[in-house]
Design a protein around this ligand. Structure first.
Ligand code: CU
Ligand code: ZN
Length: 174
């Protein structure tokens, strides 16, 4: 009887815990990128929370072949025709701009996406500096693609040029 009661209670606790974590922590987020004024770049960026960080999968098209700066910016506001309403790079820890491989950098520094000769870029990474909850939460912020390559060192944003696509990060279908 005692064991039976224990089993019931632990089963109940487990189901309560999984419902609670599903409710207060979305496991997936998405940004649908729309071209800024006069631009053609568009696509989607999917974010999936894992135990090791956030998996990022981007598929962008309408790009000039080559590297393009790719960042999470602080505000989820793509309303300005040139994308400047998205603010600067997401930087909750007050760091300098750097490469995604650098441990001392803006949380939003995802480096570059590389477009092929058809103007398509596919990018994947696993990032520990961002999250879908807490102080590193990126939901409600934005993803920006730039006209030029991020040189990964020039302050404050890698000299990546104009903002050619912008998308607000929202909660995705699980
Ligand atoms: Cu940027
Ligand atoms: Zn940066």
């Amino acid at each position: 009887m005692k064991d039976f009661t224990k089993t019931i209670i632990s089963t109940l606790l487990l189901s309560v815990a999984s419902v609670a974590s599903a409710a207060d922590r979305p496991s997936k987020a998405i940004a649908v990128l729309i071209p800024t004024q006069g631009q053609q770049a568009s696509g989607t960026v999917l974010f999936t929370q894992t135990d090791k960080g956030v998996e990022v999968v981007a598929d962008i098209n309408g790009l000039k072949p080559g590297d393009h700066g790719f960042h999470i910016h602080e505000y989820g506001d793509c309303s300005a025709p040139d994308g400047t309403s998205a603010g600067e790079h997401f930087n909750p820890k007050d760091k300098h701009h750097a490469s995604p491989q650098n441990n001392d950098r803006h949380a939003g520094d995802l480096g570059n996406i590389k477009a092929d000769d058809k103007g398509k870029a596919h990018y994947t990474t696993l990032d520990k500096f961002i999250s879908l909850k807490g102080t590193k939460n990126i939901i409600g912020r934005s993803v920006i693609v730039h006209a030029d390559q991020d040189d990964l060192k020039t302050q404050p944003s890698g000299n990546a040029g104009a903002r050619i696509a912008c998308g607000v990060i929202g909660i995705a279908t699980p």
